[in-house]
Design a protein around this ligand. Structure first.
Ligand code: COA
Length: 531
């Protein structure tokens, strides 16, 4: 419990880089089949209804318990994702959760053309608005905000946290602004109604959608059509682009994806017709008074957001040659196979291995968050060095591959059962600090800093829906790699920073594709004993 609290403080609330790109993941859903405003509103209404349907299970505590390796998982994170919000501070942020307050919120926030609205989604008798009724309400919101005329206050949430912490105080000094911000913070979630983006297709369109989900495309795009402190934001574009962005402090990806899987399934159900109620209250537009000081903060936020957007290099690709099926048929863990493939790709590109982070769930423990699977091991190094060595026989390479995959799976088993090293070391470091001891020598050793410089920061986020999560690199010269292994294909999202001359998201994505294919070819060409 204490470790989880420490982790949330150190990894999120005391982390001062913008949450945008540096901390909050995006989620790219398949492009939906509408291409206009009417279709967007219709879909968004069903999406809201789908979230409220899932919320009923949270509220009634009827969500089925999840399992990992036959062991039940802590379900607490599900109770943290709705009706909660991060609050900026000058040196440390906090998170408020209104779900368990005496008057839990009954509204969501809708953002359209950079203007914020409070939309009540329950009737006074406690029943949820139907998709038809929500449709009527969303139409009213769109009619009330036809142009992006307003000052884009949402852009403030993209700032460095210390900067936003200060401008937040400026903003809420005005009581009207304070009430508007409070409405956003208290709302169940945010729905961002974007316009259209580029008409690209295939991986290009998926990569553009990932950018839209991760940071919104900059101040001239949709970055201000968000409130990035909000734990859960759904994003629906007029062109069928669809996905989400979530603030990481309260939860990991899997509960968010489970909620989104439910919502996507809900939106696919045939519509049951219900006539809209005659008089629903007009959704309340949240007013903001923009003082010269706030205006100056908005302009500064636009500049820093645009430079971050320029810097992010994002590639979403679908590896279509195989999925979990192939490693499984070779009696290998698919996740370990992919991680070993990533090691091979990186080694081929840089002729060296690097400290690699893969998140492992600690939800087998109450309130557990994550630990680190260190994917770069002696076994993976031996394999990647041998793979392209013409002096090595295929049988030896396969043997090294199997050892690397087994070593990864074995470390994964240790990590998910609380036996990995990273959170343990973090706990010792923070305990020493709490007891006001000098920083122990091990944490001052350059080897410790090197081991924490993750040029590959990776995560598997599986889902039923054919989607992919994406996030930014955690070091300036590194990559963020998120993947969703489906049965017969794998969705990858690879990110890097353009400002680093050595990295290139598209290049690494291509190297991963080659590595996985070459590993399969090697297995296919090398007959082995079935024992
Ligand atoms: N032979 C055949 N099949 C195998 C196998 C083997 N040797 N090893 C595993 N498999 C099967 C599994 O049974 C499983 O089957 P399923 O598809 O029917 O469920 C499947 O392959 C996947 O297993 P594997 O690839 O080993 O991964 P995993 O599901 O155990 O996941 C982690 C590994 C590390 C991703 C997971 O433990 C975890 O911690 N996930 C959470 C990560 C997280 O929080 N990320 C978000 C951060 S924001």
């Amino acid at each position: 419990m204490k470790l989880s609290q420490w982790w949330v403080q150190v990894a999120y609330l005391e982390y001062r880089l913008p949450v945008v790109v540096h901390s909050s993941p995006g989620l790219v859903l398949p492009r939906m089949d509408f291409r206009d405003k009417q279709g967007q509103i219709r879909f968004a209404s069903k999406l809201i209804a789908g979230v409220l349907d899932f919320k009923t299970m949270i509220d009634n505590e009827t969500l089925p318990v999840e399992f990992l390796g036959g062991k039940p998982l802590c379900m607490n994170q599900y109770y943290e994702v709705l009706s909660s919000c991060r609050i900026p501070g000058v040196s440390r942020d906090s998170v408020v959760n209104h779900a368990r307050s005496s008057q839990p919120p009954k509204h969501i926030t809708v953002v359209h053309n950079f203007q914020f609205f409070q939309l009540d989604v329950y009737h006074s008798d406690g029943t949820a608005l139907t998709p038809d009724q929500l449709c009527v309400q969303l139409e009213k919101i769109c009619r009330a905000s036809p142009d992006p005329g307003a000052e884009p206050v949402g852009i403030l949430t993209t700032q460095h946290r210390d900067v936003w912490g200060k401008s937040y105080l400026n903003l809420i000094r005005d009581p009207t602004n304070k009430a508007s911000v409070s409405s956003i913070q208290r709302s169940i979630f945010t729905l961002c109604l974007d316009g259209s983006t580029s008409g690209a297709a295939g991986d290009q369109s998926r990569s553009a959608a990932a950018v839209q989900m991760l940071h919104g495309g900059g101040s001239r795009g949709y970055s201000a059509n968000r409130w990035f402190d909000k734990t859960l934001q759904f994003i629906v574009g007029e062109d069928g682009t669809c996905g989400a962005n979530y603030e990481h402090a309260p939860a990991e990806g899997p509960p968010i994806v489970a909620l989104i899987d439910h919502v996507v399934e809900f939106t696919r159900k045939p519509e049951t017709s219900s006539s809209p109620a005659a008089s629903l209250p007009v959704p309340h537009k949240l007013p903001f008074n923009v003082s010269p000081e706030v205006k100056r903060d908005i302009e500064a936020a636009k500049v820093s957001m645009d430079s971050l957007a320029q810097d992010l290099d994002m590639r979403v690709s679908v590896f279509g040659h195989f999925g979990k099926n192939v490693p499984k048929s070779h009696r290998m863990s698919p996740d370990a196979f992919i991680q070993v493939g990533l090691q091979l790709a990186f080694y081929r590109k840089y002729r060296r291995c690097c400290a690699t982070y893969e998140s492992a769930s600690l939800r087998m423990f109450r309130l557990g968050r994550t630990d680190t699977i260190r994917s770069a091991s002696n076994a993976s190094a031996s394999f990647v060095k041998a793979f392209d060595d013409p002096s090595k026989q295929n049988l030896e390479k396969v043997d090294l591959m199997e050892k690397a995959v087994k070593a990864h799976r074995s470390y994964t088993n240790m990590a998910v059962s609380g036996q990995a090293i990273d959170r343990h070391l973090l706990g010792l470091k923070l305990q020493a600090a709490e007891e006001k001891l000098p920083v122990p020598e091990i944490f001052r050793d350059p080897a410790y800093a090197k081991a924490l410089h993750y040029r590959l920061s990776t995560s598997q986020v599986p889902s039923k829906t054919d989607c992919v999560m994406c996030f930014g690199p955690v070091v300036t010269d590194g990559y963020g790699v998120c993947y969703n292994p489906m049965d017969d294909h794998i969705n990858f999202a690879v990110s890097a920073f353009n400002s680093c001359g050595e990295t290139d998201a598209g290049g690494l994505a291509a190297a991963v594709e080659d590595a996985l294919l070459d590993m399969k070819v090697l297995l296919d060409r090398t007959p082995r004993s079935k024992l």
